[in-house]
Write a protein that binds this ligand. Structure first.
Ligand code: LMR
Length: 398
């Protein structure tokens, strides 16, 4: 049966990393995948993480199976960080959180759960969205459609169109929303816009599924969870997938979670029992190490503060590189305004580069971006900035 198996296309994001790794140019730059590297271009091991690992190592713990839903200490810390210490839904026992294999794993658990118990719904994602959203929900068996989001003319959100489209969504539609740091555009919704979406969600009986992969990369961990907190006030089912890949620089540990907000403690128990079936039939139970690191950091007030500081430093460096990129481009291409890049939030910028320009960047300059024109600002540093600006200038000018 493999004789006629077609070759699958490369992944739109991780495939860029594969091409980058195969490139022998010593001056190559990977602006593709959403990974933060420091001013030396190195993937950081956070100090808070290293200290937590030291603590864990001295304990020399044996590695039994975790419960199907994950490490209890970790689950509690996720709930506090995402929903807030005084969250009513937390105190009322209405949250079901399960540890997942990164944010992607949380999305997939949610998608499978929804497919089992809400199979007729459509899934609506933003236009544009993270490339894997469509693929992931389609792989779970859903029909995936999109709602308008980014307006290339204004470099902002086309909010009127967005709201009008959501108002026309069939009841029960699953709406995937980027809680903060919209991927790929870097353009976020403001509070009034979140409130308006919330009203439509309730009125139309939609099911919000929030993707919180970048908590802490826009304004800080508390402010970046505001959208999640708005939705948690509603008497409807809400799903939230969150990730520590970026915020803890723990990409390879695959640490994330899926949370469902339920109507009651009793409903939460039923939901958890079914989610455990989804997990058990998929990978049985999650791995220990990454979750122990995150739990150890978040439980200890000193390590927690150190982590917040380190996250703040990453956030500030990205902001600084945005400003630096804008001012260099202003000098190189004075007739075009790139000021919008400085306004965007999170790791990414939707640069406006077209496919031909992205290809040329890759072929002629060994600078790798996603085909959509998305570039990862978190991969810029003072050493590679000049090269990137020179290359951008050439491809844009042509
Ligand atoms: C990205 O968008 O680059 C990241 O979320 C990494 C990934 O898994 O695609």
């Amino acid at each position: 049966f493999l004789t006629h198996l077609p070759l699958a296309p490369k992944d739109p994001i991780l495939g860029v990393t594969e091409a980058f790794q195969a490139d022998s140019n010593p001056y190559k730059v990977n602006l593709g995948v959403g990974v933060y590297t420091d001013e030396q271009g190195k993937l950081p091991l956070l100090r808070s993480v290293a200290l937590a690992e030291d603590q864990i190592n001295t304990l020399k713990t044996a590695r039994g199976y975790l419960p199907i839903e994950g490490l209890g200490r970790y689950v509690r810390q996720v709930q506090t960080l995402v929903f807030g210490e005084n969250s009513p839904v937390l105190q009322e026992g209405r949250l079901v959180t399960v540890q997942s294999l990164g944010g992607t794993g949380g999305l997939k658990l949610g998608a499978d759960f929804l497919r089992w118990f809400h199979p007729a719904a459509e899934v609506w994602i933003s236009d544009p969205s993270w490339e894997n959203h469509r693929a992931l929900f389609e792989a779970a068996g859903f029909v995936v459609k999109s709602y308008p989001y980014y307006d290339p003319e204004t470099h902002g959100v086309d909010f009127d169109k967005l709201i009008r489209t959501l108002e026309g969504a069939p009841r029960g539609t699953i709406v995937v929303l980027h809680a903060c740091c919209h991927n790929p555009s870097g353009v976020d919704l403001n509070e009034a816009q979140w409130q308006a979406i919330r009203a439509v969600v309730v009125e139309r009986g939609l099911i919000p599924f929030l993707d919180l992969a970048y908590q802490g990369f826009s304004q800080g961990t508390e402010k970046d969870a505001v959208s999640v907190r708005y939705f948690s006030e509603l008497p409807i089912p809400v799903l939230v997938a969150n990730s520590f890949s970026k915020s803890f620089s723990l990409y390879g540990e695959r640490v994330g979670a899926l949370t469902l907000i339920c109507a009651s403690r009793e409903e939460a128990q039923r939901v958890q029992s079914q989610l455990k079936r989804v997990i058990r039939t998929n990978y049985s139970n999650p791995p220990t190490h990454g979750a122990s690191i995150v739990a150890t950091v978040l439980e200890d007030s000193n390590l927690h503060q150190l982590w917040e500081d380190e996250l703040g430093a990453m956030r500030n460096r990205i902001r600084f590189m945005r400003q630096a990129l804008v001012s260099c481009l202003k000098e190189a291409i004075p007739d075009q305004d790139f000021g919008f890049v400085a306004e965007q939030q999170g790791m990414f910028s939707f640069s406006g580069l077209n496919l031909a320009q992205v290809r040329r960047l890759r072929q002629d300059f060994s600078i790798y971006a996603v085909d959509s024109g998305r570039i990862c600002i978190a991969a810029l540093n003072e050493q590679n900035l000049e090269r990137v600006v020179e290359a951008l200038t050439q491809v844009i000018r042509e």
